[in-house]
Design a binder for this molecule. Structure first.
Ligand code: ATP
Ligand code: MN
Length: 480
């Protein structure tokens, strides 16, 4: 009999080929009554049940059927009489591929806290929750590429090591091969980066946008999807030091086109995940309901996960300007009752996540796109409005998340861009290559950055961003 071939559990659970002989390889989740093995092979969050004829099986072999052990089972696929499953396997051959010491294996067939699982992130993939989360993550990544591919966008790989630190999106991690204890110094005592590996000071990228713009001015429509790094010392449930970002950049788009693309993208990928990961999302919905039972009534979500996702698909995102949002916030109950940590007193204030979430969750009760922010709280490259105060920026705010997308129409007018750079003390010399796009065939264009983990957070209903990336990097956290 062939044993190196195996059928995946996902396929078998949908099969009606009763009577056929099948081989399953996977890991033992539970072994009950000396008879029923629940096997999971990762292909689905659901297990397949294999039934052992314990009377005719070596007892020492049965003893090795512990949670976490890798096994191979060959037997007859039969219709199951037990509730909760349609098929099971009547075991003919059983082989232990890898033992798992029940005393030492940290994952037991019971509920573990997410905090505990984060400490054993190398094993947490083997839980239903993380199986579901990473299936959804995969589906979303796949859908993103599919969405752009269908629309003729070119996938660009922008550099991870960069010498430009002008973007100002966040604090950067330095990349160097200089001797840390005894770096070469210039005459005035500064570290001499001319002697560093790249002959200049370099960092890990905070965004691929500037390079993306160069490509958009040739290909028309491009996107990046890669890791970005920010040394932000903010220990929040929505920030990572290493996260993945999708950054499309489109020639001849204005801000409205840009917003429409972002809304279409979000709806497309959420829909794809809901279709291809229906079981996983159903599981995550129930997980969230369970978790929220621990919370006081007024802190629970009004909508369950599936309803929330559908709601997001069925409604147009609310679009309004920053100025309109400030008015709403100024007059809001939490502002008047001084419930906000940062009170909104005047135009120009940067919005904190508490304000974003108020607008989305309490006021509009749906995703919101804010546009035309004050230029002083936004990056130098955003297109300036005629009012002299605001720029063509847009942020998309999602329930439970706050900002999920940040984008803008870019300043394509060379003089205005140079003037803004001067005001913000950004070196035009260093960024000559960026300015060249405005010198040679400049054109209106726009783009945005979508934080991938924030998207996964939204679709999975998880609450901590560290639970939607395999091995989170955050302040004092770089395990595995
Ligand atoms: P925030 O105000 O939430 O820190 P930001 O304004 O710094 O976000 P951008 O620079 O516009 O964000 O980055 C684009 C997108 O990348 C954000 O909308 C968000 O989805 C995501 N993002 C930004 N910083 C992080 C981070 N530290 N961890 C995970 N995702 C992030
Ligand atoms: Mn930030």
């Amino acid at each position: 009999m062939e044993t190196s071939k195996r059928t995946k559990v996902k396929e078998l659970l949908d099969s009606t080929a009763f009577g056929s002989t099948v081989t399953v390889k996977g890991w033992v989740r539970t072994f009950r009554n000396n008879q029923f093995i629940a096997i999971n092979d990762g292909s689905t969050i659901n297990n397949i049940q294999a039934v052992v004829d314990f009377e005719n099986t070596d007892e020492t072999l049965l003893k090795r059927l512990t949670t976490g052990a890798a096994i191979s089972v060959t037997g007859e696929l039969i219709e199951s009489l037990g509730k909760g499953q349609k098929v099971e396997i009547k075991v003919k051959e059983l082989e232990i591929l890898g033992d798992s010491d029940a005393e030492k294996f940290p994952l037991q067939p019971k509920k573990h806290s997410l905090e505990f699982l984060r400490e054993i992130a190398h094993l947490r993939f083997r839980t239903n929750t993380f199986n579901a989360v990473f299936k959804v993550r995969h589906a979303l990544a796949f859908a993103i590429h599919q969405f752009f591919n269908e629309r003729g966008f070119v996938y660009m790989h922008t550099p991870i090591i960069t010498a430009s630190d002008a973007e100002g999106a966040g604090e950067m991690f330095r990349v160097t091969t200089l001797d840390f204890d005894n770096p070469p110094r210039t005459e005035d005592g500064k570290v001499d980066f001319k002697q560093d590996f790249f002959g200049k000071s370099t960092n890990l990228t905070v965004s691929g946008q500037l390079e993306g713009e160069l490509a958009a001015m040739a290909f028309g429509d491009i996107y990046t999807f890669g890791p970005t790094f920010r040394a932000e010392n903010s220990n929040t449930t929505r920030h990572l030091a290493e996260f993945w970002m999708i950054e499309p950049e489109m020639a001849f788009y204005d801000l409205n086109d840009n917003m429409q693309l972002a809304e279409d993208l979000l709806k497309y990928v959420i829909k794809h995940a809901m279709t291809t990961c229906a079981d996983e999302i159903e599981f995550l919905k129930n997980r969230l309901l369970e978790e929220e039972k621990q919370k006081p009534q007024d802190e629970r979500s009004e909508l369950d996960l599936v309803t929330k996702l559908n709601f997001c698909l069925e409604n147009n995102f609310e679009r309004l300007t920053y100025t309109e949002a400030i008015e709403i916030l100024k007059n809001s109950t939490p502002n008047k009752k001084k419930k906000f940590k940062y009170l909104i007193e005047s135009w120009g204030a940067d919005l904190q996540s508490e304000h974003e979430r108020y607008l989305v969750e309490k006021h509009f009760k749906k995703p919101v796109i804010l546009t035309d922010y004050p230029k002083d709280i936004k990056a130098f490259y955003m297109r300036q409005n005629d009012d002299g105060k605001t720029v063509r920026a847009m942020d998309i705010l999602f329930p439970g998340i706050g900002e999920i997308v940040g984008g803008s129409q870019r300043e394509e007018r060379l003089e205005l861009l140079e003037k803004r750079m001067q005001e913000m003390e950004i070196s035009a010399e260093e960024l000559y290559w960026y300015l060249d796009t405005r010198r040679f065939g400049t054109a209106p264009h726009a783009g945005f950055g979508l934080g991938f983990e924030r998207l996964v957070l939204f679709v999975t209903g998880m609450t901590n961003i560290r639970d939607v990336i395999a091995f989170p990097r955050a302040p004092k956290t770089a395990e595995f």
